[in-house]
Design a binder for this molecule. Sequence first.
Ligand code: SF4
Length: 69
Amino acid sequence: MRIVAVDMDLCEGHGKCYLTAPDLLRPQDDAGRAEFFADPIDPADTVRFRRADGAVLGCPERALSWAEA
Ligand code: SF4
């Protein structure tokens, strides 16, 4: 199982990730920095996995990465 980790030092809060995957990521502070709030993702759940991976790959600051849950 995996989660999406947010590097708070890199996150600039422009929200592309939670627009891409609103069921997995959301803003967590006034700056709009992201947090992963969903249950861990089974890579076999291709719908959730691909959506989360799209958010990871789409972050312009490279603030998102996969981590083992
Ligand atoms: S797209 Fe990247 S930089 Fe923007 S809010 Fe999401 S994690 Fe932060």
